[in-house]
Design a protein around this ligand. Structure first.
Ligand SMILES: [Zn+2]
Ligand SMILES: [Zn+2]
Length: 192
């Protein structure tokens, strides 16, 4: 997924790239999510004020075991991202912002909707010659994953007694839930 800066003309450059199943799988290692197909990324690169603005989109398609009911579920996660790539030569020393600039940044971070300001784009540094989209996409994939995999928001999970998947049917077990931590406390009381 390499793009040479010379390839980007004034009107910008559209690229369509694939992240192979192997690479995607490696990116998802230990995430609890599994890739089922390669990732198709389309991106538009434009030169802006010394850097390159990358606007891209793709859909992460993964499978994961639902945390509550353990059913394997498919997720389709649409991702849209904008990254401002700054050449190393310009990026040096930019970390140190004056108070005024910091304030400016805070104001800019508000939800304004509407037009998208450069200052709101995530910034990354590149060598000024070649852009590697792969680490950018990899990061966006990981950012798109939900905190925990659920087959659906209101998944009822499994019955703690009989293991019935409660999304499918009610088992009728008496499941007045006893928190195991409370059960331990009860034991301590008895001993005391
Ligand atoms: Zn579930
Ligand atoms: Zn049950």
């Amino acid at each position: 997924m390499l793009v040479k800066i010379d390839q980007i003309r004034d009107q910008g450059l559209k690229v369509n790239e694939q992240m192979s199943l192997e690479l995607l799988g490696a990116a998802l290692e230990d995430s609890g999510f599994r890739a089922t197909e390669p990732l198709s990324v389309s991106a538009n690169l434009r030169k802006v004020s010394g850097g390159v603005l990358v606007e891209g989109k793709f859909t992460t398609r993964v499978v994961a075991e639902c945390k509550r009911c353990l059913t394997e579920s498919k997720l389709e996660l649409p991702v849209v991202f904008t990254i401002n790539l700054v050449p190393e030569s310009l990026a040096r020393g930019e970390d140190v912002l004056s108070d005024e600039e910091l304030e400016e940044k805070d104001r800019g971070s508000g939800e304004s909707g509407g037009s998208f300001g450069l200052e709101q784009a995530d910034e990354e540094v590149f060598d000024g010659k070649v852009i590697d989209l792969e680490p950018i996409v990899r990061e966006q994939v990981l950012l798109s994953l939900p905190m925990s995999a659920l087959c659906r928001e209101d998944c009822r999970g499994l019955c703690v007694k009989c293991g019935q998947n409660l999304n499918e049917k009610q088992c009728g077990c008496d499941t007045k839930f006893v928190d195991p931590r409370l059960a331990v406390l009860k034991d301590i009381k008895i001993q005391g």
